[in-house]
Design a protein around this ligand. Structure first.
Ligand code: F6R
Length: 261
C-alpha cells in the first residue's frame, strides 16, 4: 500500500480532494464512496473549494454511502444520510437521485443489506472509496474480528466506538445507536481505489497496526494490505508510531512519475 505522510489534516484533505478531482476529470460520472465522521471533513471542504473555483465538475458524480445507523429515521440530523446531504451532496451540488445508500430504517435489515450490495454492483462498483479509521482499527463499522470477506450487513458497535461517537449526540452515549449497517470488508475491497485518511495521535496505534501489522481481523483496516490500490494518508501525529515512516516519505517524494495519489 502507498503511505503518504502529510503535515496536517488540511494537507491530507487537499491531496485527496485533488485525487478525486482528477478521477472526475477522467470519469465525470465516477461513483465516489464517502465516509462520515470528523476526519473526511477537510476532504469535502477542499473538493467544494475546487468545485466553486470551476476546477472540477461534480454535476454527473455519484455518491455511495459506507455505513448507516440502524433505528435512526433518515431525517434525524445524525443519520449518516442527513450528514452526507449536509456535508457532501449540498456543498458539491449533487442531487439525492445520484446518491446510493442502505435503508437504515428498513423492516427487513438483512434484505436491505443485500439490496445495497446488489445496487453497488449494478452501479458498476465504487471507483474511489474514502475511509476513516476507528481508534480500534475499524473501517466502515467493521469492528475488530469482522470477517475480512464480509458483505454489507448489520453490526453491533463496540462500547469504544459508541463512546467515540457520543460527541455527535450531545455527548450522551445513551443516544448513540447500538447497531449499524456497514459495507462489509469484502464489499469495501471491491472498490477500485481505497483512500484512508487518519489524523491525530489517537489514531497512531490503529495506523501502525493497519500498515505494519499482520493482516488480521483484529485490525479490520489491515485488510487494505490485500488491495492492489490502497492509499493511506496520515498526518505526522497519526504517523508517529510507524517504524517505516522515513521509508514512506522517501518513496512518495521519489515516485518515478508524479501523479498525486
Ligand atoms: C464513518 C465510518 C467510520 C469512521 C471512523 C472514524 O462513516 O466509516 O469508520 O471513519 O469511526 O471516525 P472519525 O473520523 O470521526 O474519527
Amino acid at each position: 500500500m502507498e503511505v503518504v505522510i502529510v503535515p496536517d489534516a488540511a494537507a491530507g484533505g487537499e491531496l485527496i480532494a485533488e485525487a478525486m478531482a482528477q478521477l472526475l476529470r477522467r470519469k465525470p460520472d465516477a461513483l465516489l464512496g464517502v465516509a462520515t465522521g470528523s476526519t473526511p471533513l477537510p476532504i469535502y471542504q477542499a473538493l467544494t473549494a475546487k468545485v466553486r473555483a470551476g476546477a472540477v465538475d461534480t454535476s454527473r458524480a455519484r455518491i455511495a454511502q459506507l455505513d448507516e445507523y440502524v433505528g435512526l429515521p433518515a431525517e434525524h440530523p445524525e443519520s449518516y444520510r442527513s450528514v452526507l446531504r449536509r456535508e457532501v451532496l449540498e456543498p458539491l451540488g449533487i442531487g439525492i437521485d445520484a446518491f446510493l445508500g442502505p435503508d437504515g430504517a428498513a423492516e427487513d435489515v438483512r434484505a436491505a443489506c443485500q439490496a445495497y450490495d446488489a445496487e453497488l454492483a449494478r452501479a458498476g462498483g465504487v471507483d474511489l472509496q474514502l475511509l476513516g479509521i476507528g481508534t480500534d482499527g475499524h473501517i466502515g463499522f467493521n469492528e475488530p474480528c469482522s470477517s475480512l470477506a464480509s458483505r454489507t450487513r448489520i453490526k453491533t458497535l463496540t462500547e469504544q466506538t459508541r463512546v467515540d461517537n457520543a460527541r455527535f449526540f450531545d455527548g450522551d452515549i445513551a443516544q448513540v445507536p447500538h447497531h449499524v449497517i456497514t459495507q462489509g470488508i469484502g464489499t469495501i475491497l471491491e472498490a477500485r481505489h481505497l483512500v484512508l485518511l487518519a489524523t491525530g495521535e489517537g489514531k497512531a496505534d490503529a495506523v501502525a497496526a493497519t500498515v505494519e501489522g499482520p493482516v488480521a481481523a483484529v485490525c479490520p483496516a489491515s485488510a487494505l494490505q490485500l488491495h492492489p490500490h490502497a492509499t493511506v494518508v496520515v498526518d505526522e501525529a497519526a504517523a508517529s508510531k510507524l517504524k517505516h515512516a522515513d521509508y514512506f516519505r522517501y518513496t512518495f517524494v521519489n515516485k518515478p512519475e508524479w501523479q498525486g495519489i
